[in-house]
Design a protein around this ligand. Sequence first.
Ligand SMILES: NC(=O)c1ccc[n+]([C@@H]2O[C@H](COP(=O)([O-])OP(=O)(O)OC[C@H]3O[C@@H](n4cnc5c(N)ncnc54)[C@H](OP(=O)(O)O)[C@@H]3O)[C@@H](O)[C@H]2O)c1
Length: 305
Amino acid sequence: MNQVTSRRAVVRVPSGPGSIETVDAPVAEPGPAEIRVKIAAAAVNPVDLAVTAGVFHRLGMVHQPHWTGLGWDFAGTVEAAGPGVELPVGSRVAGFLDGFDRDHGSHAEHLLVPAAYVAVVQDAVDLVAAATVPLNATTAAQAVDLLGEAPTRSRRLLVTGAAGALGAYVAVLAQDRGWQVTGLARAADEPFVRGLGVDFATGLGQGWDAVADAAALQEPALRAVRDGGRFVGVQPAARLPEERGITGEVIIAHPDGPLLAGLLARVAAGELPARIHAVVPLDEAADAYRAMAQGGVRGRIVLVP
Ligand SMILES: NC(=O)c1ccc[n+]([C@@H]2O[C@H](COP(=O)([O-])OP(=O)(O)OC[C@H]3O[C@@H](n4cnc5c(N)ncnc54)[C@H](OP(=O)(O)O)[C@@H]3O)[C@@H](O)[C@H]2O)c1
């Protein structure tokens, strides 16, 4: 019998979007606690651009003999479930796969993933929209956990990149913890940012009680924090100087199905955005990555197999 195969986007020698190719690989059966998802949609994120550019290869974090699989975010349907999985075959799910050293990813027709990584997608949310949510909403929730509750007398939080995928979620979720949020974004993003229920700025200013740096501005954003304030960054590999009694943390997102379930429910309720910039066939992944790399994209570019 012929082995069933499935397409996936990979890089062998990463050197930007031009190095992306689509390969066929065998469809594997899920092991204990795993599911196989038939991918319906998979968003392209900045981390995918970095993998494709070889950033993590140069850091010595990738040791794949043949190719490196691309893609973190996904939404799709459970096609097979391993021993111990309660999620029924046919369930509509979304999730993200973390880690860099892997030969597979979500920019593919199928994905094997721990069942604990995914959450069921409400009927009201289509799978293309759902695919834009998992990585950035989860990261935002985990970043807001690092920020913690706003102190009663010093609640002014600046979120940089508030018009971006991550920053918009941070801006909404931080309000739940008592922060008085201002979103930093481009001038043209003002209506969107104010629509998140927050104040708006186009410059960093200074003296913030806390900064959540979702635009990865780094040192300038750190300088905008008042003495003794808080800073949450998004670039795990980049160390920031410790200064002026500022509590600095860097978020490293990790998949969390139950957390994602709550976030998807808020998307379904219209409380969190799920923005789609464009839908592109998987075979045109290189074009999607190029468009993403140009910047100025609002909402995610979503690949469909
Ligand atoms: N550590 C983790 O676990 C983790 C997880 C998720 C994301 N991240 C990182 O978080 C960052 C944001 O990701 P994302 O998906 O939200 O990216 P995104 O959607 O591209 O959002 C970034 C936003 O920041 C804006 N921006 C950049 N510089 C600005 C400036 N000087 N003034 C105003 N706005 C500015 C961008 O506007 P323009 O497009 O106009 O430049 C864009 O709207 C990325 O670096 C990503 O790698 C880290």
